[in-house]
Design a protein around this ligand. Structure first.
Ligand SMILES: [Zn+2]
Length: 324
């Protein structure tokens, strides 16, 4: 599938503590001729130091770990040739993916898994156009699809005897990719996840998903891969608050980020832009140092804080903007 074989050397740094990812990799590689080390969530700096010596050319990890490793390697130099990056655990932005692939000169293929599924549900091939379903183990359905075919992924396990699942609701939103994949694998393909049901927010901009915001953030220079958008209400006005991690964030960099996001909104979403100009929606920006937004393993990209208001830690990081 990925063209790996004898002579390739794999390092897996997925969490060994409570996650299943490392365990699956550790069991899976026994059926391959790869040299593999499943080290658990090791410090990326230590992994970097060993990369050249151990000649790892396949890395399996969470996207944020790969991003941190790449940051280190950028400063100190690329240790050796890389063949494949395999990401699991959560989604990745197209921008981060492009940066990692450009730096390592290797494709980054993502997997889709969950704790309840207890294994990989679906995975990207090197075409990177959707996730091939693991049809040996699962029968997924898309329920209540919208006009574009997007709906919740519902799972039924096919072979499992321990904790079988029947039409289990994942909360993840995707659709089927209708065309066969050029790679030739006959397994059905799910689109990239559009978000989670619990991340879908209805507001003056309509039903918005995290993918609404990602293109707005793509043109901003110096932005980290973690970000969050919150919707809350300030004295009846709905506020869309962008929480961004900016490298070396001086005032000029912040102002530039604000202008880039607003310009992208104006270009790409005229109705949303109009609602902003009409003061139906306010937009705010809050800037943080890299690495501070992620408080849990999974960072929700879009949160509805209308009932509670934004949390205290956002506090003074806020930078208001006004439509001209
Ligand atoms: Zn394929």
């Amino acid at each position: 599938l990925y063209g790996l074989g004898a002579g390739d050397r794999l390092l897996c740094s997925l969490d060994l503590g409570w996650g299943l990812g490392s365990l699956l990799v550790e069991r899976g590689v026994r059926y391959t001729p790869l040299f593999a080390m499943v080290a658990g969530r090791v410090d990326p700096l230590e992994a970097y130091r060993r990369l050249g010596e151990y000649r790892f050319n396949v890395l399996v990890s969470d996207p944020f770990w790969l991003a941190r490793l790449t940051g280190i390697a950028r400063e100190r130099g690329r240790p050796g040739p890389m063949k494949l990056l395999l990401g699991g655990g959560e989604g990745i932005t197209e921008r981060t993916r492009a940066e990692l692939e450009a730096f390592w000169g290797a494709p980054l293929c993502m997997t889709y898994a969950s704790t309840e599924a207890a294994t990989i549900l679906a995975f990207e091939c090197t075409q990177q156009s959707g996730y091939h379903v693991n049809e040996f183990d699962f029968y997924p359905e898309i329920v209540e699809p919208d006009g574009d075919g997007y709906g919740e992924i519902v799972l039924t396990t096919v072979t499992r005897r321990v904790m079988p699942l029947v039409r289990y609701r994942t909360g993840d939103v995707a659709r089927w990719e209708p065309a066969p994949c050029p790679c030739g694998l006959p397994f059905g393909r799910l689109s990239p996840l559009r978000g989670r049901l619990d991340e879908q927010v209805s507001c003056a901009w309509g039903n918005v998903h995290p993918e609404f915001f990602e293109p707005l953030l793509r043109p901003v220079p110096g932005l980290g891969s973690d970000w969050q958008v919150s919707l809350y209400e300030r004295e009846l006005t709905p506020v869309v608050q962008f929480r961004l991690e900016l490298e070396g964030g001086g005032d000029a960099a912040r102002e530039r980020a604000v202008q880039e996001v607003l310009a992208a909104l104006q270009r790409g979403h005229q109705e949303a832009w109009l609602a902003y100009c009409q003061r139906l929606v306010d937009i705010e920006f809050a800037f943080f140092a890299p690495g501070t937004l992620r408080r849990q393993r999974k960072l929700l990209r879009l949160v509805d804080e209308r009932p509670s208001g934004p949390p205290d830690w956002v506090g003074r990081a806020v930078h208001r903007s006004r439509p001209q």
